[in-house]
Design a protein around this ligand. Structure first.
Ligand code: SAH
Length: 244
């Protein structure tokens, strides 16, 4: 279950923060670290601050984009001190986030995403998330050091894991309950945009409309089964347009 939980650090500037995050993870039973374009890695400073968690650093996967890091995940939670303009579902309580994440991690990969030390996550990166979470903190000084933010959220995940109901041995969730991966959701939105253009609803790609629809489906949280129903509907509309 914990192995389905991935920690993603986006473009970390200080290699020491990578090591300290690895240590924070390992203390809470998390080992799956993905680095998106780190400035300087591998680096002795990362290993030094990892203390006993060099294995987490050594096994970290380095990728070139956030999409690559999270496309196979069914839930992607972006950690952010500030509320962004994008209307994604937002967890004000890390504990609630961890309970939801743990439920999804029983069957599928999920990710917690952390931004750069200087300016956090870009709006485009937040678009790759399904949810956001903030750690409640001093309104006058509420931004934590990157690895300390990892520690707080990793602790909540570990707490949710310890308190999970039932035993480890339970039947997998049926597919009508399971959330689609980010990649499956991305294909759906591409399909929707194609049909909106082909039908004349929009005449060219229209970011604002697409964003609003993405927010709508992020709130609705369609299951895999519902998403394939919508894909079927879009395909039949497309066929109708071709025949017209
Ligand atoms: N200066 C950046 C914050 C950088 S802190 C900004 O203004 O956005 C580095 C990362 O730690 C953030 O991107 C976020 O992922 C995490 N973080 C720091 N404080 C946090 C908080 N209070 N709640 C949630 N995440 C936080």
């Amino acid at each position: 279950m914990l192995s389905n939980i991935r920690i993603v650090l986006v473009q970390t500037y200080h290699p020491g923060n990578i090591g300290a995050s690895a240590r924070a993870m390992k203390t809470m039973g998390l080992e799956n670290l993905v680095l998106v374009n780190p400035r300087c890695f591998p680096d002795p400073e990362a290993s030094r601050l990892a203390a006993g968690a060099e294995d987490v650093v050594d096994n970290a996967r380095v990728v070139g984009s956030l999409a690559e890091a999270v496309d196979d995940c069914v839930q992607v939670v972006g950690a952010s001190a500030r509320l962004r303009s994008l209307p994604l579902p937002h967890f004000d309580e890390p504990a609630e986030m961890a309970d939801a994440l743990m439920a999804n991690a029983a069957d599928d990969p999920v990710a917690l995403v952390f931004g750069r030390e200087r300016f956090g996550l870009t709006n485009d990166e937040i678009r790759h998330c399904s949810h956001q979470v903030s750690i409640p903190a001093n309104p006058d000084y509420g931004i934590l050091n990157l690895s300390q933010a990892v520690q707080v959220l990793a602790y909540e995940v570990f707490r949710a894991w310890r308190q999970r109901p039932g035993s480890d041995f339970r039947a997998p969730r049926p597919s009508h309950d399971r959330q689609p991966t980010r990649e499956q959701l991305g294909h759906f939105h591409d399909h929707l945009s194609r049909v909106m253009q082909a039908s004349g609803f929009i005449t060219q790609p229209h970011a604002r409309t697409e964003e609003q629809l993405q927010a709508l489906f992020a709130r609705a949280r369609p299951s895999r089964k519902e998403l394939s129903l919508l894909r079927g509907l879009l395909s039949s509309l497309e066929d109708g347009l071709d025949d017209a």
